[in-house]
Design a protein around this ligand. Sequence first.
Ligand code: NAD
Ligand code: MG
Length: 385
Amino acid sequence: MAADPDRPVTPRGVAILGSTGSIGTTALRVLARQADRFRVTALTAFSNAALLAEQAARFRPRYVGLVRNGDGEHPGWGRGDGCLIEAASCDAADIVLNAVVGAAGLDATLAALERGKRVALANKETLVMGGALVAQAAVRGGGELVPVDSEHSAILQCIAGRPMTEVRRLVITASGGPFRRWSKHQLEQATLADALQHPTWRMGRKITVDSATLANKALEVIEAHFLFALPYDRIEVVVHPQSVVHSFVEFVDGSVLAQLGVPSMELPVLYALSYPDRLADTGVPPFDPVELSPLTFEKVRAEEFPALALGIGAGRQGGAAPAVFNAANEQAVAFFLEGSIRFGDIPRAIESALRRHGDAPAGSRDAILDADASARRHVQELFRC
Ligand code: NAD
Ligand code: MG
């Protein structure tokens, strides 16, 4: 049902985990325009105290948390890893936007779902590592997961309440990243500066590297598997360099719906907050199909980008394999970002970690965190000089 624009509404409380990052700052731009619908109740960041202070002064949340808040240099602010859970659990927060990067966001997602809140999920890594745990937490607590990732937001918008029995196949689009046309040989020589030149999106450094290796697309296939409960052989990837078609849904009658839009994360962030309603908003430039044309599609060059098949293979394997894939990737990308390994080492590290730890136990949160830690140690040992 569409929102009635004349109906007075009580603003919904939104906690933002990772408010100083790319998605976090994008969300605050959206929320500044939608102040009569949403109220910012909590903000957290890792170490950027100056930006967090600026945001706190502007949005006046009840809770502010800085993971690296030393000995309480900022009195009144939460500190340490626990501040994500504190922010996610605030009574005043109806929606928790998890925009933290990496495995660090897992417990906050679980805590919010256990308390019956909506989690607007950008932090795909935690769904990949703990898909079953996350689903159980949602069932136990009555919380709901709504994707922020543009591809999954597109799929949700295309499905629009139809039963999943009517869906035949999902086709997730991938920009192809900065190395779409690079040869295997060139890829071996790719530098950090090359990898950070994403053609269509401005994002945090970790996801930008993931987009260059296509590990991001593997994470997204696993994310789609858990969000939409479809088997892996019904989730495909196609390269679409313009990032205008955000994904396709093919229905059982052969009809295909796609969701399009200018490449701006403001659109999926707003939809994750307003879902299933749509709110009037003019934050992004009007859609101009002529300006955005041509729209083209290509096959993925799977051999040149082995991280994609490794990740999908881990998803199919199930158990702890997706957590191992994610953790090995996070550790390898951290090394690549600090300049200590080459671009081609990233998929090699993932493959090695999966071979050694892919069938680790995965029956509980602790087992998954153990698999995550083993995979990180494995990658650290691989590159120890
Ligand atoms: P980013 O690096 O720009 O921001 C990350 C945020 O998380 C920062 O606010 C940082 O302070 C916080 N953070 C980092 N490590 C932390 C830790 N250990 N504990 C607590 N907080 C921590 O990253 P981003 O590009 O905004 O991406 C965030 C998430 O959203 C990632 O999971 C990414 O895959 C996903 N995502 C991003 C985009 C995008 O356009 N940027 C699109 C789709 C999905
Ligand atoms: Mg995406």
